[in-house]
Every structure is written in structure tokens, then in C-alpha cells.
Design a protein around this ligand. Structure first.
Ligand SMILES: [Zn+2]
Ligand SMILES: [Zn+2]
Length: 248
């Protein structure tokens, strides 16, 4: 126990020294900034932060309505009870996601988590589960970018994270260009729950880097629900949002 806390203290001291030695840089363009894990004023202005104001369920920005929940979610409550993304998908947010994916940049995961954490409103016994990659892709790249973000979120929020609970059993082709139905069919049955006990009766928060149509997350949610999860939420770094829905 003593050894463990000593290692923790050393690690904190080391991080502090590193943070102190290197000037904080903008996660978007690399310019020196005042604040760690943040953005310079120019990049900040170019990011569309989505915040927590959208539909209470799907998170899509709502236009001029008194309702907290959009008509689609009211008519048919989604399997993922609450979906949130930190920013709209754009040049800068895509750049960060790509650098995280191919560079294993822990600092980028930490920056993303910093803006995602305030959107997570889950009970203390919730568990963060990153959307899994197929093991071939995992071997090729060596890590799952969403798992890195989940680990940082776990650290910032003090809730569990487990990247091994959910597995991808089938390799799926890129979904880009497919219709909603094709996407659903492609990812159906591509996931398997490796540890039912870890999710039974709990709120599961799926963690993803980029949310497009949501069919992959939906397939994950179906597997988790079948495995006994009480509630499924989703938090992602960026989300593809129709430009017409963004307030300018
Ligand atoms: Zn910048
Ligand atoms: Zn909705």
C-alpha cells in the first residue's frame, strides 16, 4: 500500500515537472498557450462546442422549442438513453482524433477527456466502456484510441473504466457511404460481452472518439443491454452534426 502510494506520488511529481518544464501548447495548432490541455484563442474560436443543451436523449441540437427531448426520441426512446459529444466534427476536431489514433498521444486523450468529462452525469457505480476495435486492428496499431480517452475520463471522474468488457468479434468494413440500414446490418452481431458480471445492473457509458451515424454504438448498446446493463449512455469527443443544426 505504501509502495503504491509512493509510486503514485512520484508519478505526480514527474508529471508536474514535465508540465512545468515544457510550456503548455495548444492541442490544435501547437502554439504556446497559457493553460495546459487547452486551445489557443484562434483554435478555440474555430471549435464548435456542443455543450449539454441538445435533446436530453440523443443530444442533437434543438431548434426553437420548449421541449427538452426531440420528437424522434419522444416517439421512440433510444437504446442509448443519453448521448453527448464535446464538439462538432470539423477540421480541428478531426485533426485531434487522427493524431490520437495514429500517434498514441496521451496528452491529446487528456485534452479530449477534459472537455468530455463535464458532459458525463452518471452514478458513482457507472462503468466506462470504450467502443472496441477488432483485435487485428488492435495488433496493427497497438492500442485503441477510445480506450485511451476512457482511461483519462476514468482518472478525471473517478469512475471505473474497463476496455476488455466488450469485444469486437468480427472485423467490419468502413461504414462510410453506406445507408443507415446497410450500416446496421454490417455491425449487427459484431460485438460480444466478455464479462457480464462487470456490467450487470450498472450504468454503462460507452466512450467513442468520433460519432457519425451511431450505428456502431447502437450495436454495442444492444449487446450490453442483452448482457444485463441497466442503462447505456454514450460520450464522444466529436460528433458529425448537420451544419444547419449548429447555431452560428
Ligand atoms: Zn491553436
Ligand atoms: Zn433526441
Amino acid at each position: 500500500m505504501v509502495g503504491h502510494s509512493l509510486v503514485g506520488a512520484l508519478r505526480t511529481a514527474m508529471r508536474w515537472t514535465l508540465d512545468f518544464a515544457l510550456p503548455p501548447r495548444c492541442a490544435g495548432c501547437g502554439a504556446i498557450t497559457a493553460d495546459l490541455h487547452s486551445f489557443c484563442p484562434d483554435c478555440w474560436r474555430s471549435i464548435e462546442f456542443l455543450g449539454d443543451s441538445g435533446c436530453s436523449a440523443c443530444g442533437i441540437p434543438l431548434q426553437a422549442t420548449e421541449q427538452a427531448t426531440c420528437a424522434l426520441c419522444l416517439a421512440r426512446p433510444p437504446r442509448i438513453a443519453r448521448t453527448r459529444a464535446a464538439v462538432a466534427y470539423g477540421d480541428l476536431s478531426r485533426g485531434l482524433a487522427i493524431r490520437l489514433k495514429y500517434g498514441r498521444k496521451v496528452a491529446i486523450a487528456r485534452t479530449m477527456a477534459r472537455y468530455m468529462a463535464p458532459l458525463v452525469k452518471a452514478p458513482a457505480d457507472a462503468i466506462l466502456v470504450p467502443v472496441p476495435l477488432h483485435r487485428w486492428r488492435l495488433w496493427g496499431r497497438g492500442f485503441n484510441q477510445s480506450a485511451l480517452v476512457a482511461r483519462e475520463l476514468s482518472r478525471q471522474l473517478g469512475i471505473d473504466s474497463d476496455p476488455l468488457v466488450l469485444r469486437r468479434t468480427r472485423r467490419t468494413p468502413p461504414l462510410k457511404g453506406m445507408s443507415a440500414l446497410q450500416r446496421r446490418k454490417t455491425v449487427a452481431g459484431a460485438f460480444r460481452l466478455a464479462d457480464k458480471a462487470a456490467v450487470a445492473g450498472r450504468t454503462v457509458i460507452l466512450v467513442d472518439d468520433v460519432l457519425t451515424t451511431g450505428s456502431t454504438a447502437e450495436a454495442c448498446a444492444r449487446t450490453l443491454r442483452r448482457g444485463g446493463a441497466a442503462r447505456i449512455e454514450l460520450v464522444s469527443w466529436a460528433r458529425v452534426v448537420k451544419p444547419s443544426l449548429l447555431m452560428r
